[in-house]
Design a protein around this ligand. Structure first.
Ligand code: PMP
Ligand code: GLN
Length: 382
C-alpha cells in the first residue's frame, strides 16, 4: 500500500520564528527574535481567569463567544473608532488572531481568486491563501522606509482580486498606516467588490502621539472588512491564543460557518476574565506609553553603536540597519549574530517579495530592561 502524500503546501519551510527560536535556545542567546514579552501579565487578569475556572466556566462557550465579551468589545470599538458593530451578529471571539485570519481567508477565498498582500507580510497569510487555492499578488513596500506606492497597488487589482490583506501597525517594519494611506486604500477599493482583511493585532501599540488608523474609522473600508485582533499582544498573553474578528453581518455569517466547524468556540474561562478586565479602558490605553518607554530605553541603550535606525511608530519591533557593518544577507547576518555574539533577531527579507533584502533586522523590545540592556551590550560590540 502506498499513500499519495502530495503536499498541499510544497516548499513551505518552518517559519522564521521556529528557526530563530530554536537557534536562540541552542546557543543560549538573548532572544529578541519571536515577538513575545519576557514579563508576566497583570496578576489581576490571572486572578480573573482563576476565578472564572473556579466559578465553573469550564465547558464549551457559546459558538461566537460569550455575549458580555462581545458587548464590551463592541463598546470599545465604538468609543475608539466611532463604528458600531452589533455584538450579536458582527463580533466573534477566536482562538487568537491567527485563527481569525485563517477563518476569514477560508470563508471567502476560492480557487483561482487573487489576494493582494502588502510586503513585507506577516507569515500566516500566504499558506492560508494557498490552502484555499488562492493566488498571492504582492505589492512590495518601498526601500528601507517601507512606504506604499498606492499607484502600484491600484495596478495590482484585477477582475480576479477577491481580497486585500493589510496590517497596521505593521509587523515587521514598525510603521503605521497614515490617514492618507487609508484614504488611498479606500479610493482604490471604491466601486469594487473586493473584501478587506485588516490585521490590527498591534492596535494599542502606537507611539509619539500618533493615532491608530483602524479600518473601523473608514466607512468605505469597514463595510467590506474583517478586522482581526489579538488579546495576546494587548495583555502580554501570547500563549493564551485569544482574539476576535469584527465584520459586518453579511460577512460574519459566512465567517461563523467556518469558525463553527473548525474550532466551534474559543477558551471559555479566559473569555469571562477578559470581559471583566476590558471594563477598565486604562488597561489597554496605557499600553502605548508603556511600550514607547521600552522602545526609548532600547534605543538609548544602543545609541553610539554602528547600527542605523528610525524609531518605530508602532508594534513592539524595532528595525536596525546593519549596512555600515556588513554586506552579508540579513539571514546570514542574523545567524552569525546568534552563533558569534549570542543575540537573536529576525531577518525581514523572508517576509518580502523575492526575499528583497535591505540589510535590516527586527528586534522585539517587549522585554525587561535587564534583557534589553544585555542585548544593547552585545550590539555595542559589533
Ligand atoms: N498578525 C500579526 C501581524 C502578528 O504579529 C501576530 C503575532 N503573533 C498575529 C497576527 C497572530 O496573533 P495570535 O498570536 O493572536 O494568533
Ligand atoms: N507574531 C510573532 C512575531 O511576529 C510570532 C508568532 C509566531 O511565531 N507565529 O514575532
Amino acid at each position: 500500500m502506498t499513500f499519495d502524500l502530495t503536499s498541499k503546501l510544497p516548499g513551505l519551510e518552518p517559519s522564521i520564528f521556529t528557526v530563530m527560536g530554536a537557534m536562540a535556545r541552542e546557543h543560549n542567546a538573548v532572544n529578541l527574535s519571536q515577538g513575545f514579552p519576557d514579563f508576566e501579565p497583570d496578576p489581576e487578569l490571572l486572578a480573573l481567569v482563576d476565578a472564572a475556572m473556579r466559578t465553573g466556566y469550564n465547558q464549551y462557550a457559546p459558538m461566537a463567544g460569550i455575549y458580555s465579551l462581545r458587548e464590551v468589545l463592541s463598546k470599545k470599538i465604538n468609543t475608539l473608532y466611532d463604528h458600531s458593530f452589533n455584538p450579536d451578529s458582527e463580533i466573534t471571539v477566536t482562538s487568537g488572531a491567527t485563527q481569525a485570519i485563517f477563518t476569514a481567508i477560508t470563508a471567502f477565498v476560492n480557487p483561482g481568486d487573487e489576494v493582494i498582500l502588502i510586503r513585507p507580510a506577516y507569515d500566516c497569510y500566504e499558506p492560508a491563501i494557498h490552502l484555499n487555492g488562492g493566488k498571492v499578488v504582492s505589492v512590495q513596500m518601498k526601500g528601507k522606509d517601507h512606504n506604499i506606492d498606492w499607484e502600484e497597488f491600484r495596478s495590482a487589482i484585477t477582475t480576479r482580486t477577491r481580497m486585500v490583506i493589510i496590517n497596521t501597525p505593521h509587523n515587521p517594519s514598525g510603521r503605521i498606516f497614515s490617514q492618507s494611506d487609508m484614504r488611498a486604500l479606500e479610493q482604490a477599493l471604491t466601486n469594487t467588490d473586493i473584501l478587506l482583511l485588516s490585521d490590527e493585532v498591534y492596535e494599542h501599540l502606537v507611539f509619539d502621539g500618533k493615532q491608530h488608523e483602524s479600518v473601523a474609522r473608514y466607512p468605505g473600508l469597514v463595510s467590506r472588512a474583517m478586522i482581526c485582533v489579538s488579546f495576546g499582544k494587548t495583555f502580554h498573553t501570547t500563549g493564551w491564543k485569544m482574539g476576535y474578528c469584527a465584520a459586518p453581518d453579511y460577512l460574519m455569517s459566512e465567517f461563523r460557518k467556518v469558525h463553527e466547524f473548525n474550532v466551534y468556540c474559543a477558551n471559555h474561562p479566559i473569555q469571562h476574565a477578559l470581559a471583566s478586565y476590558l471594563e477598565e479602558p486604562g488597561r489597554y490605553l496605557g499600553l502605548g506609553p508603556f511600550f514607547q518607554q521600552k522602545r526609548d530605553f532600547f534605543l538609548n541603550a544602543i545609541a553610539g553603536t554602528r547600527f542605523n535606525f528610525t524609531p518605530c511608530e508602532g508594534t513592539y519591533f524595532q528595525l536596525l540597519d546593519y549596512s555600515r557593518i556588513s554586506e552579508e544577507t540579513d539571514t546570514d547576518f542574523a545567524r552569525r549574530l546568534i552563533t558569534d555574539y549570542g543575540l537573536a533577531s529576525i531577518p525581514i527579507s523572508v517576509f518580502n517579495e523575492n526575499r528583497e533584502d535591505h540589510r535590516q533586522l527586527r528586534f522585539c523590545f517587549a522585554k525587561k530592561e535587564e534583557t534589553l540592556t544585555r542585548a544593547a551590550e552585545i550590539l555595542h560590540k559589533i
